[in-house]
Write a protein that binds this ligand. Structure first.
Ligand code: FAD
Length: 407
Protein backbone atom coordinates (compact mmCIF):
# COMPACT_ATOMS: atom_id res chain seq x y z
CA UNK A 1 0.00 0.00 0.00
CA UNK A 2 1.18 3.54 -0.80
CA UNK A 3 2.31 5.53 2.19
CA UNK A 4 2.62 8.47 -0.16
CA UNK A 5 4.31 11.81 0.27
CA UNK A 6 4.65 13.58 3.60
CA UNK A 7 5.53 17.27 3.51
CA UNK A 8 6.98 18.86 6.66
CA UNK A 9 6.23 22.59 6.56
CA UNK A 10 3.14 24.20 5.02
CA UNK A 11 4.58 27.48 3.77
CA UNK A 12 5.04 28.50 0.15
CA UNK A 13 7.15 25.49 -0.83
CA UNK A 14 5.14 22.85 1.05
CA UNK A 15 1.84 24.18 -0.28
CA UNK A 16 3.14 24.29 -3.85
CA UNK A 17 4.49 20.77 -3.66
CA UNK A 18 1.15 19.40 -2.44
CA UNK A 19 -0.72 21.16 -5.26
CA UNK A 20 1.83 20.31 -7.95
CA UNK A 21 1.84 16.63 -7.01
CA UNK A 22 -1.83 16.54 -7.93
CA UNK A 23 -1.39 18.54 -11.14
CA UNK A 24 1.45 16.18 -12.09
CA UNK A 25 -0.99 13.28 -11.70
CA UNK A 26 0.39 11.78 -8.49
CA UNK A 27 -2.44 9.62 -7.12
CA UNK A 28 -1.02 8.46 -3.76
CA UNK A 29 -1.65 10.02 -0.35
CA UNK A 30 -0.31 13.55 0.19
CA UNK A 31 -0.02 14.80 3.79
CA UNK A 32 0.88 18.42 4.52
CA UNK A 33 2.03 19.08 8.10
CA UNK A 34 2.47 22.67 9.28
CA UNK A 35 3.14 24.04 12.74
CA UNK A 36 1.32 27.32 12.10
CA UNK A 37 -2.41 27.05 12.84
CA UNK A 38 -3.58 28.78 9.64
CA UNK A 39 -4.08 27.23 6.24
CA UNK A 40 -1.10 27.99 3.96
CA UNK A 41 -0.95 31.72 3.19
CA UNK A 42 0.98 34.28 1.21
CA UNK A 43 3.89 35.64 3.28
CA UNK A 44 5.16 38.65 1.25
CA UNK A 45 2.15 40.92 2.00
CA UNK A 46 2.80 40.63 5.75
CA UNK A 47 5.41 43.40 5.65
CA UNK A 48 3.67 45.30 2.83
CA UNK A 49 -0.09 45.44 2.15
CA UNK A 50 -1.10 43.66 5.39
CA UNK A 51 0.99 45.89 7.66
CA UNK A 52 -0.13 49.02 5.83
CA UNK A 53 -3.78 47.92 6.06
CA UNK A 54 -4.36 47.61 2.29
CA UNK A 55 -4.96 43.86 2.60
CA UNK A 56 -6.66 41.95 5.37
CA UNK A 57 -6.18 38.41 6.67
CA UNK A 58 -8.91 37.22 4.32
CA UNK A 59 -6.70 38.07 1.33
CA UNK A 60 -3.81 35.90 2.48
CA UNK A 61 -4.74 32.19 2.25
CA UNK A 62 -3.66 30.52 -1.00
CA UNK A 63 -6.79 28.35 -1.13
CA UNK A 64 -9.90 27.74 1.00
CA UNK A 65 -10.22 24.54 3.07
CA UNK A 66 -12.52 22.93 0.45
CA UNK A 67 -9.72 23.01 -2.11
CA UNK A 68 -7.56 20.64 -0.07
CA UNK A 69 -10.47 18.29 0.54
CA UNK A 70 -11.33 18.30 -3.15
CA UNK A 71 -7.73 17.40 -4.06
CA UNK A 72 -7.40 14.82 -1.30
CA UNK A 73 -4.57 16.67 0.41
CA UNK A 74 -4.49 15.70 4.11
CA UNK A 75 -4.02 18.89 6.07
CA UNK A 76 -2.44 18.70 9.52
CA UNK A 77 -2.16 22.34 10.52
CA UNK A 78 -1.00 23.27 14.01
CA UNK A 79 1.15 20.13 14.19
CA UNK A 80 4.89 20.05 14.35
CA UNK A 81 7.22 17.39 13.01
CA UNK A 82 9.60 16.70 15.89
CA UNK A 83 11.74 13.82 14.58
CA UNK A 84 12.51 11.78 11.48
CA UNK A 85 13.00 8.04 11.43
CA UNK A 86 14.88 7.75 8.16
CA UNK A 87 15.37 3.98 8.42
CA UNK A 88 11.73 3.26 9.22
CA UNK A 89 10.61 6.01 6.81
CA UNK A 90 8.29 7.88 9.13
CA UNK A 91 8.02 11.24 10.84
CA UNK A 92 6.94 11.84 14.41
CA UNK A 93 4.65 14.77 15.18
CA UNK A 94 4.36 16.57 18.51
CA UNK A 95 1.35 14.49 19.60
CA UNK A 96 3.64 11.45 19.47
CA UNK A 97 1.94 10.01 16.40
CA UNK A 98 4.13 8.48 13.74
CA UNK A 99 3.29 9.09 10.06
CA UNK A 100 4.89 6.81 7.44
CA UNK A 101 6.06 7.97 4.03
CA UNK A 102 7.43 6.71 0.73
CA UNK A 103 8.85 10.17 0.05
CA UNK A 104 9.39 12.98 2.53
CA UNK A 105 9.87 16.64 1.62
CA UNK A 106 11.40 18.99 4.15
CA UNK A 107 9.91 22.43 3.50
CA UNK A 108 10.61 23.84 6.92
CA UNK A 109 11.66 27.31 5.75
CA UNK A 110 13.54 29.65 7.99
CA UNK A 111 13.06 31.50 11.26
CA UNK A 112 14.05 35.00 12.24
CA UNK A 113 17.50 35.74 13.53
CA UNK A 114 17.14 37.38 16.95
CA UNK A 115 19.09 40.53 17.67
CA UNK A 116 22.21 39.74 19.63
CA UNK A 117 21.78 42.00 22.61
CA UNK A 118 20.42 41.28 26.07
CA UNK A 119 17.86 42.02 27.30
CA UNK A 120 15.78 42.12 24.15
CA UNK A 121 12.59 43.31 25.79
CA UNK A 122 9.91 44.74 23.55
CA UNK A 123 11.41 43.78 20.19
CA UNK A 124 9.03 42.22 17.67
CA UNK A 125 9.82 40.22 14.53
CA UNK A 126 7.97 39.68 11.28
CA UNK A 127 7.91 36.18 9.84
CA UNK A 128 4.52 34.63 10.49
CA UNK A 129 0.94 35.81 10.32
CA UNK A 130 0.87 35.70 14.13
CA UNK A 131 3.90 38.03 14.19
CA UNK A 132 2.31 40.34 11.63
CA UNK A 133 -0.98 40.56 13.54
CA UNK A 134 0.90 41.69 16.63
CA UNK A 135 3.06 44.18 14.70
CA UNK A 136 0.04 45.65 12.93
CA UNK A 137 -2.01 46.00 16.09
CA UNK A 138 0.81 47.80 17.92
CA UNK A 139 1.74 49.89 14.89
CA UNK A 140 -1.83 51.11 14.52
CA UNK A 141 -1.76 52.21 18.15
CA UNK A 142 1.72 53.79 18.03
CA UNK A 143 2.99 57.16 16.87
CA UNK A 144 6.44 55.89 16.00
CA UNK A 145 8.36 52.82 14.88
CA UNK A 146 11.99 51.81 15.13
CA UNK A 147 12.92 49.31 12.45
CA UNK A 148 16.16 47.45 13.09
CA UNK A 149 17.74 46.28 9.84
CA UNK A 150 17.85 47.84 6.39
CA UNK A 151 17.13 44.69 4.42
CA UNK A 152 13.86 44.00 2.58
CA UNK A 153 11.74 43.35 5.69
CA UNK A 154 13.06 46.26 7.77
CA UNK A 155 12.60 48.74 4.93
CA UNK A 156 9.19 47.40 3.88
CA UNK A 157 7.98 47.73 7.48
CA UNK A 158 9.44 51.25 7.59
CA UNK A 159 7.67 52.20 4.36
CA UNK A 160 4.35 50.76 5.55
CA UNK A 161 4.61 52.70 8.82
CA UNK A 162 5.71 55.96 7.20
CA UNK A 163 2.82 55.60 4.74
CA UNK A 164 0.50 55.60 7.77
CA UNK A 165 2.02 58.85 9.00
CA UNK A 166 4.16 57.29 11.74
CA UNK A 167 7.55 58.68 12.73
CA UNK A 168 10.02 56.03 11.54
CA UNK A 169 13.68 55.43 12.35
CA UNK A 170 15.64 52.67 10.65
CA UNK A 171 18.78 51.49 12.44
CA UNK A 172 21.19 49.29 10.54
CA UNK A 173 24.72 48.00 10.87
CA UNK A 174 25.13 48.16 7.08
CA UNK A 175 26.54 51.24 5.38
CA UNK A 176 23.76 51.28 2.78
CA UNK A 177 20.20 49.95 2.42
CA UNK A 178 19.82 46.33 1.27
CA UNK A 179 23.61 46.12 0.91
CA UNK A 180 23.68 42.29 0.74
CA UNK A 181 21.37 42.09 -2.25
CA UNK A 182 21.44 45.24 -4.38
CA UNK A 183 23.97 47.46 -6.13
CA UNK A 184 25.14 50.73 -4.56
CA UNK A 185 23.06 52.67 -7.13
CA UNK A 186 19.84 50.97 -6.08
CA UNK A 187 20.75 51.35 -2.39
CA UNK A 188 21.16 55.07 -2.95
CA UNK A 189 17.81 55.30 -4.72
CA UNK A 190 16.04 53.67 -1.77
CA UNK A 191 17.99 55.76 0.76
CA UNK A 192 16.67 58.89 -0.94
CA UNK A 193 13.18 57.46 -1.29
CA UNK A 194 12.95 56.79 2.45
CA UNK A 195 14.49 60.15 3.34
CA UNK A 196 11.98 61.91 1.05
CA UNK A 197 9.18 60.21 2.95
CA UNK A 198 10.51 61.41 6.28
CA UNK A 199 12.17 58.16 7.39
CA UNK A 200 15.35 58.66 9.45
CA UNK A 201 18.01 56.18 8.38
CA UNK A 202 20.78 55.57 10.92
CA UNK A 203 23.36 53.47 9.07
CA UNK A 204 26.65 52.00 10.37
CA UNK A 205 25.00 51.80 13.78
CA UNK A 206 25.12 48.87 16.19
CA UNK A 207 22.30 48.21 18.63
CA UNK A 208 23.96 47.68 22.00
CA UNK A 209 20.95 47.53 24.33
CA UNK A 210 17.18 47.70 24.23
CA UNK A 211 15.32 48.89 27.34
CA UNK A 212 11.66 48.55 28.14
CA UNK A 213 9.86 51.57 26.98
CA UNK A 214 11.25 51.13 24.32
CA UNK A 215 14.68 52.77 24.24
CA UNK A 216 17.30 51.51 21.80
CA UNK A 217 20.90 52.32 22.75
CA UNK A 218 23.31 52.59 19.82
CA UNK A 219 27.06 52.07 19.54
CA UNK A 220 27.52 55.77 18.80
CA UNK A 221 26.01 56.60 22.19
CA UNK A 222 22.72 57.82 20.71
CA UNK A 223 19.42 56.62 22.17
CA UNK A 224 16.31 56.28 20.00
CA UNK A 225 12.85 55.83 21.51
CA UNK A 226 9.59 54.50 20.10
CA UNK A 227 6.73 52.42 21.50
CA UNK A 228 7.32 49.77 18.85
CA UNK A 229 10.54 48.12 17.63
CA UNK A 230 10.53 45.60 14.79
CA UNK A 231 13.75 43.78 13.97
CA UNK A 232 14.39 42.36 10.52
CA UNK A 233 18.01 41.30 10.49
CA UNK A 234 17.77 38.09 8.51
CA UNK A 235 16.77 34.49 9.01
CA UNK A 236 18.27 31.12 9.82
CA UNK A 237 17.25 27.98 7.93
CA UNK A 238 15.32 25.33 9.87
CA UNK A 239 17.73 22.44 9.45
CA UNK A 240 17.59 20.77 12.86
CA UNK A 241 15.21 17.95 11.87
CA UNK A 242 17.52 17.00 9.03
CA UNK A 243 20.73 17.39 11.01
CA UNK A 244 19.41 15.34 13.94
CA UNK A 245 18.46 12.56 11.50
CA UNK A 246 22.00 12.51 10.12
CA UNK A 247 21.21 14.14 6.77
CA UNK A 248 23.93 16.31 5.29
CA UNK A 249 23.60 20.00 6.16
CA UNK A 250 25.63 23.12 5.53
CA UNK A 251 24.06 26.58 5.54
CA UNK A 252 20.83 24.71 4.88
CA UNK A 253 19.80 21.14 4.15
CA UNK A 254 22.17 20.03 1.41
CA UNK A 255 20.57 18.66 -1.74
CA UNK A 256 21.61 17.64 -5.24
CA UNK A 257 20.25 19.08 -8.51
CA UNK A 258 17.06 17.01 -8.02
CA UNK A 259 16.69 18.55 -4.54
CA UNK A 260 17.37 15.16 -2.97
CA UNK A 261 19.07 15.13 0.41
CA UNK A 262 21.75 12.59 1.32
CA UNK A 263 18.79 10.17 1.79
CA UNK A 264 17.31 9.50 -1.67
CA UNK A 265 13.71 9.34 -0.42
CA UNK A 266 13.94 12.74 1.30
CA UNK A 267 13.88 16.07 -0.55
CA UNK A 268 14.40 19.59 0.77
CA UNK A 269 12.89 22.66 -0.90
CA UNK A 270 12.53 26.39 -0.38
CA UNK A 271 14.31 28.59 2.14
CA UNK A 272 15.81 25.59 3.97
CA UNK A 273 17.47 23.98 0.92
CA UNK A 274 21.16 24.49 0.17
CA UNK A 275 21.30 23.53 -3.50
CA UNK A 276 23.42 23.64 -6.65
CA UNK A 277 22.64 26.83 -8.56
CA UNK A 278 24.60 28.10 -11.55
CA UNK A 279 23.48 31.68 -10.91
CA UNK A 280 25.00 31.85 -7.42
CA UNK A 281 28.71 32.71 -7.02
CA UNK A 282 30.41 29.48 -5.99
CA UNK A 283 27.73 27.36 -7.63
CA UNK A 284 25.77 26.44 -4.48
CA UNK A 285 23.59 28.41 -2.14
CA UNK A 286 20.36 28.93 -0.32
CA UNK A 287 17.82 31.34 -1.74
CA UNK A 288 15.05 33.00 0.24
CA UNK A 289 12.36 33.84 -2.29
CA UNK A 290 8.92 32.88 -3.50
CA UNK A 291 10.25 32.00 -6.95
CA UNK A 292 12.78 29.58 -5.48
CA UNK A 293 10.19 27.90 -3.22
CA UNK A 294 7.65 27.54 -6.03
CA UNK A 295 10.05 26.33 -8.71
CA UNK A 296 11.79 23.86 -6.42
CA UNK A 297 8.43 22.45 -5.33
CA UNK A 298 7.38 22.01 -8.96
CA UNK A 299 10.62 20.22 -9.82
CA UNK A 300 10.23 17.79 -6.90
CA UNK A 301 6.57 17.12 -7.74
CA UNK A 302 7.59 16.19 -11.26
CA UNK A 303 10.36 13.91 -10.00
CA UNK A 304 8.09 12.12 -7.52
CA UNK A 305 5.43 11.73 -10.20
CA UNK A 306 7.95 9.82 -12.31
CA UNK A 307 9.33 12.59 -14.58
CA UNK A 308 12.68 13.42 -12.95
CA UNK A 309 13.36 17.14 -13.27
CA UNK A 310 16.55 18.83 -12.12
CA UNK A 311 16.09 22.28 -10.62
CA UNK A 312 17.48 25.11 -12.69
CA UNK A 313 15.86 28.52 -12.69
CA UNK A 314 16.94 32.14 -12.76
CA UNK A 315 16.49 33.44 -9.22
CA UNK A 316 14.25 36.49 -8.95
CA UNK A 317 12.99 38.64 -6.10
CA UNK A 318 10.99 41.76 -5.52
CA UNK A 319 10.28 44.38 -2.91
CA UNK A 320 7.77 47.21 -2.75
CA UNK A 321 8.50 50.35 -0.79
CA UNK A 322 6.39 53.50 -1.22
CA UNK A 323 5.85 53.92 -4.97
CA UNK A 324 8.91 51.87 -6.00
CA UNK A 325 8.63 48.26 -7.06
CA UNK A 326 12.09 46.76 -7.33
CA UNK A 327 12.42 43.47 -9.21
CA UNK A 328 15.74 41.67 -9.23
CA UNK A 329 16.68 38.91 -11.66
CA UNK A 330 19.87 36.99 -10.92
CA UNK A 331 22.23 37.55 -8.00
CA UNK A 332 23.93 40.91 -7.55
CA UNK A 333 26.52 39.68 -5.02
CA UNK A 334 29.91 39.43 -6.67
CA UNK A 335 29.08 41.79 -9.55
CA UNK A 336 31.88 44.25 -10.20
CA UNK A 337 30.53 46.39 -13.06
CA UNK A 338 27.18 48.11 -13.09
CA UNK A 339 25.54 50.14 -15.84
CA UNK A 340 22.26 52.05 -15.76
CA UNK A 341 19.52 51.76 -18.36
CA UNK A 342 17.20 54.74 -18.09
CA UNK A 343 17.42 57.78 -15.86
CA UNK A 344 18.80 56.98 -12.41
CA UNK A 345 17.42 60.25 -11.05
CA UNK A 346 13.87 59.14 -11.91
CA UNK A 347 11.80 56.47 -10.18
CA UNK A 348 12.05 54.13 -13.16
CA UNK A 349 15.37 52.67 -14.30
CA UNK A 350 17.33 49.42 -14.32
CA UNK A 351 20.83 48.54 -13.18
CA UNK A 352 22.62 45.76 -15.05
CA UNK A 353 25.33 43.99 -13.07
CA UNK A 354 28.21 42.07 -14.64
CA UNK A 355 30.39 39.39 -13.06
CA UNK A 356 33.52 38.35 -14.94
CA UNK A 357 32.20 40.22 -18.02
CA UNK A 358 28.93 38.27 -18.10
CA UNK A 359 25.52 39.61 -17.24
CA UNK A 360 24.74 38.30 -13.74
CA UNK A 361 21.91 40.44 -12.34
CA UNK A 362 19.40 43.09 -13.36
CA UNK A 363 17.66 45.33 -10.84
CA UNK A 364 14.61 47.07 -12.27
CA UNK A 365 12.75 49.83 -10.49
CA UNK A 366 9.25 50.29 -11.93
CA UNK A 367 10.46 48.73 -15.22
CA UNK A 368 8.65 45.36 -15.42
CA UNK A 369 9.49 44.87 -19.09
CA UNK A 370 13.24 45.12 -18.37
CA UNK A 371 12.75 42.55 -15.63
CA UNK A 372 11.04 40.07 -17.93
CA UNK A 373 13.76 40.52 -20.55
CA UNK A 374 16.43 40.15 -17.87
CA UNK A 375 15.09 36.79 -16.74
CA UNK A 376 15.16 35.52 -20.31
CA UNK A 377 18.63 36.95 -20.99
CA UNK A 378 20.03 35.30 -17.88
CA UNK A 379 18.31 32.02 -18.64
CA UNK A 380 19.79 32.04 -22.15
CA UNK A 381 23.22 33.14 -20.83
CA UNK A 382 23.01 35.79 -23.57
CA UNK A 383 26.05 37.84 -24.56
CA UNK A 384 24.99 41.34 -23.57
CA UNK A 385 27.69 43.98 -23.33
CA UNK A 386 27.58 46.79 -20.76
CA UNK A 387 27.34 49.29 -23.64
CA UNK A 388 24.30 47.53 -25.09
CA UNK A 389 22.69 47.33 -21.65
CA UNK A 390 23.14 51.06 -21.12
CA UNK A 391 21.84 51.99 -24.57
CA UNK A 392 18.07 52.45 -24.29
CA UNK A 393 17.75 52.29 -28.07
CA UNK A 394 19.27 48.80 -28.09
CA UNK A 395 16.36 46.33 -28.02
CA UNK A 396 17.16 43.61 -25.48
CA UNK A 397 14.78 41.29 -27.30
CA UNK A 398 17.11 40.94 -30.28
CA UNK A 399 19.64 38.97 -28.24
CA UNK A 400 16.95 36.55 -27.24
CA UNK A 401 15.69 35.98 -30.75
CA UNK A 402 19.27 35.39 -31.98
CA UNK A 403 19.79 32.82 -29.24
CA UNK A 404 16.54 31.04 -29.99
CA UNK A 405 17.15 31.11 -33.76
CA UNK A 406 20.55 29.51 -33.19
CA UNK A 407 19.32 26.85 -30.78
P1 FAD B 1 8.22 29.29 4.80
O1 FAD B 1 7.28 30.14 4.02
O2 FAD B 1 8.97 29.89 5.95
O3 FAD B 1 7.39 28.05 5.33
C1 FAD B 1 7.93 27.07 6.18
C2 FAD B 1 6.81 26.59 7.07
O4 FAD B 1 7.23 25.41 7.74
C3 FAD B 1 6.46 27.59 8.16
O5 FAD B 1 5.07 27.69 8.28
C4 FAD B 1 7.08 26.97 9.41
O6 FAD B 1 6.42 27.38 10.58
C5 FAD B 1 6.86 25.51 9.11
N1 FAD B 1 7.71 24.59 9.87
C6 FAD B 1 9.01 24.74 10.20
N2 FAD B 1 9.45 23.66 10.89
C7 FAD B 1 8.39 22.81 10.98
C8 FAD B 1 8.22 21.53 11.58
N3 FAD B 1 9.21 20.92 12.21
N4 FAD B 1 7.00 20.94 11.50
C9 FAD B 1 5.98 21.56 10.84
N5 FAD B 1 6.10 22.78 10.27
C10 FAD B 1 7.29 23.38 10.33
N6 FAD B 1 10.05 36.65 -0.96
C11 FAD B 1 9.93 37.20 -2.19
O7 FAD B 1 10.34 36.58 -3.18
N7 FAD B 1 9.35 38.43 -2.36
C12 FAD B 1 8.87 39.15 -1.31
O8 FAD B 1 8.36 40.27 -1.49
C13 FAD B 1 8.97 38.59 0.00
N8 FAD B 1 8.48 39.25 1.07
C14 FAD B 1 8.54 38.65 2.30
C15 FAD B 1 7.98 39.31 3.39
C16 FAD B 1 8.02 38.73 4.64
C17 FAD B 1 7.39 39.44 5.82
C18 FAD B 1 8.65 37.48 4.82
C19 FAD B 1 8.72 36.85 6.19
C20 FAD B 1 9.22 36.83 3.76
C21 FAD B 1 9.16 37.40 2.48
N9 FAD B 1 9.70 36.75 1.37
C22 FAD B 1 9.58 37.32 0.13
C23 FAD B 1 10.38 35.46 1.52
C24 FAD B 1 9.42 34.33 1.21
O9 FAD B 1 8.23 34.50 1.94
C25 FAD B 1 10.08 33.01 1.54
O10 FAD B 1 11.23 32.88 0.72
C26 FAD B 1 9.14 31.85 1.29
O11 FAD B 1 8.02 31.96 2.12
C27 FAD B 1 9.86 30.54 1.53
O12 FAD B 1 8.93 29.50 1.52
P2 FAD B 1 9.22 28.17 2.37
O13 FAD B 1 8.02 27.33 2.20
O14 FAD B 1 10.55 27.65 2.04
O15 FAD B 1 9.33 28.67 3.87
Amino acid sequence: MHKGVVIAGAGQAGFQLAVSLRTEGFMGPVTLIGDEPELPYNRPPLSKAFLSGKESEFDLPFRPAEFYAAHDIRMRMGERVVALDVRGKSVEVDSGESIPYDFLALATGARVRPIAVEPIAGVLYLRTLADARQCKQLLDASEALISIGAGFIGLEAAAAAAGKGKKVTVIAAEDRPMSRVVSPLVSEHFRRLHANHGVTLLLNEAVVRVDHGVRVHLGSGAIVEAPLVIAGIGVMPNIELAADAGLRTANGISVDEYLRTSDPSIFAIGDCAEHPNRFVPGGRGRIESIQNAVDQARAVASTIAGKPRAYSAVPWFWTEQFDAKLQIAGITAGCSDFVVRGDASSNSFSVFGFRADRLAAVESINRPVDHIHARKLLEANAQLSPAQAADETFPLKTLLSVKYQNS
